[in-house]
Design a protein. Structure first.
Length: 270
């Protein structure tokens, strides 16, 4: 989150479209395979050797370090993955891990180890959880203190508050469960081309609901711009449900007509 002093500054908005490989559109990339990385037997053997090293040395998964999950063969593929995430399309698909071969803890360890080679783990909720399950627990987003990954509800396009998000499929859902992607850069550029008046609205601070995960001494909401342009890079944070539920607080200003239209325009551009 940006400091309050940064949020209140006049935003820097690029004069032209943001030029970035991440500014793709679906028809352009759906038939490409440069974002798909297939694990071969050597990659799997490398991951399993790292797994055995962890099992010999470190009983506590969360304390495992990158050095304790050493990779040789697979590290070459991960370098390409890192480049694609940071400088390319911004997403990848890894295929071929034989999930059924491992216990649940072994799968988690491999998943955790791969993540350590891509970045630094950060907690994903107020309880400090570093790993979590996306599973329907019968809950509902109508509860303002509930998060969407424990419901059966369709989640609108959103961006999580971290640099890289990873999902590991343990088994297919009985129904639904599909994940889809949209390019925030492409959406930004479409709004800029068609409704530049609304683009400025999206560069202004929006009120975001903490949904019950409130650090001591803070308010149950905070402010954050949806688009931020810094050092020639576009950064995006969007969670429509969290923004909408912040309207429940009487001290939070009501949506303006421009904000309502901007949110609808962004969704249509996606």
């Amino acid at each position: 989150m940006l400091p309050e002093s940064e949020v209140n500054r006049e935003p820097l908005i690029p004069h032209g479209p943001v030029i970035d490989p991440a500014g793709w559109r679906g028809p352009e990339v759906k038939n490409r395979n440069d974002w798909i990385y297939q694990l071969d037997e050597a990659d799997i053997a490398d991951l399993e050797a790292a797994l055995r090293n962890v099992e010999r040395t470190t009983p506590d998964l969360i304390s495992v370090t990158r050095d304790q999950f050493p990779l040789q063969q697979f590290s070459n593929k991960l370098r390409a993955v890192t480049c694609q995430l940071n400088e390319g399309l911004g997403f990848v698909l890894l295929r071929g891990l034989p999930i059924d071969r491992y216990t649940r803890k072994q799968v988690a360890t491999i998943y955790w180890g791969i993540g350590l080679h891509l970045g630094k783990p950060v907690s994903q909720n107020g309880k400090g959880h570093l790993l979590g399950h996306v599973v329907n627990l019968g809950r509902t987003m109508a509860n303002p203190n509930q998060r969407g990954h424990e419901t059966r509800e369709t989640l609108r396009y959103h961006v999580d508050e971290c640099d890289i998000v990873g999902l590991l499929c343990l088994h297919e859902a009985k129904a639904g469960g599909a994940s889809t992607l949209a390019s925030a850069v492409a959406i930004h550029n479409a709004i800029q081309a068609n409704r530049p008046d609304l683009l400025r609205v999206l560069y202004q601070p929006w009120y975001i609901d903490r949904r019950g995960e409130i650090p001591e001494g803070t308010k149950p909401w905070y402010t954050m711009p949806i688009f931020t342009y810094h050092e020639d890079r576009l950064m995006v944070w969007l969670e429509p449900g969290y923004s909408a539920s912040a309207q429940r607080f009487p001290e939070v200003p009501r949506y303006t007509e421009a904000q309502v239209e901007a949110m609808k325009t962004g969704g249509n551009a996606g």
